[in-house]
Design a protein. Structure first.
Length: 341
């Protein structure tokens, strides 16, 4: 395809992606890794409301074009048409501050099969921000513009480029400048976590402040503090957008994506796919997944189980039993026993 045909293809792709309200599984460093993505997207697919796509954990760009094995480490789905086992597309997220370096890495990621490139301007981690990455760039709208523009020019015209931001770094005083940078840079859509970096993950999320970004002629996706169907509805109403990215709430309650579209947490979901018994099956699959060591895998599982305690009473009981356990087989046995009582 020539450039004009690629541009038309991208526009068609975006229209198709946003023809209906989208539900996206959020990128969360150290949490939604490939194994967790596989499990959560499968649960959503089993519930009949698959995620429209998920975004990878950020890949840090610092000094050079990263080798292929780094991209495959963070997004092994690239080996399978950039999709999870159940068919959910994975968009690749980059984080960095050097525009040309970001552009070169984005172009290489596209060569490897990334269906879309997302740029992280939202990470609040101190170690990332201290190296001019993530949300600290919200105080540098011109740098944001340069990065997005360079990436847009570097990747093929049919590959969408999106950005994820917060409302600001220490406060919201630069929102107009941020909005201008997004508007001028060629961003295909924008995801907004409705808090500043300083506000971190502390409730509430300020969904109403997303509203001003709807003046942009691109789709806007709302994110932050969505834990149940009521939150989702309030978020969409206040933000003025029907598109949502689900983060910690989707890990805590993996059927959240279906509950959101049922319109009520009291809506009937299939017991076969939404119950604790079904969740046990997926937890065992998680524990049977790939990791460098069993210690790492068990640690990752305990992180998840601790979050599940906020969504399932059974998870709290199980947590009290296995929180000090290190043997994977013993934990799997305890999981199986939790549905036999």
């Amino acid at each position: 395809m020539n450039n004009s045909q690629q541009l038309q293809a991208r526009q068609n792709t975006i229209r198709q992606l946003f023809a209906n309200p989208v539900r996206i599984l959020a990128p969360m460093e150290g949490l939604t890794d490939p194994l967790m993505r596989q499990i959560l997207t499968q649960i959503a697919a089993d519930l009949g409301r698959p995620y429209d796509w998920s975004v990878s954990e950020f890949i840090r760009v610092t000094q050079h074009i990263l080798p292929a094995h780094v991209f495959y480490k963070y997004v092994p789905e690239l080996h399978h048409d950039a999709k999870t086992a159940c068919g959910t597309p994975i968009h690749l997220q980059l984080l960095g501050s050097e525009a040309q370096l970001m552009a070169d890495n984005a172009a290489y990621a596209a060569e490897l099969g990334a269906p879309a490139i997302d740029i992280n301007f939202g990470c609040p981690a101190k170690t990332v921000n201290s190296h001019r990455g993530g949300s600290v760039l919200l105080d540098e709208p011109e740098t944001m513009y340069q990065i997005i523009s360079a990436v847009r020019q570097a990747v093929p015209a049919d590959i969408p480029v999106s950005a994820k931001i917060r409302l600001g770094y220490t406060d919201t005083s630069r929102m107009d400048d941020i909005r201008g940078a997004i508007n001028d840079s060629g961003t295909d859509w924008l995801t907004i976590h409705a808090r500043t970096k300083t506000q971190g993950y502390k409730p509430p999320a300020y969904w109403d402040k997303i509203q001003s970004f709807n003046a942009l002629d691109i789709p806007v996706i709302a994110n932050g503090e969505i834990w149940n169907a009521e939150h989702a509805q309030n978020c969409m109403t206040q933000a003025g957008t029907e598109h949502l990215m689900l983060g910690r709430g989707a890990v805590t309650r993996p059927d959240l994506v279906a509950r959101v579209d049922c319109g009520s947490d009291d809506a009937m979901l299939s017991a076969a796919t939404s119950s604790w018994k079904a969740m046990v099956t997926h937890q065992i699959k998680f524990l049977e997944g790939q990791a460098k060591t069993e210690v790492i895998l068990v640690g990752r599982y305990k992180q998840w189980l601790a979050m599940l305690t906020k969504g399932y009473a059974e998870a709290q009981v199980l947590w009290n039993i296995i929180k000090r356990e290190k043997n994977k087989a013993v934990i799997i046995s305890a999981l199986q026993s939790s549905i036999q009582q």
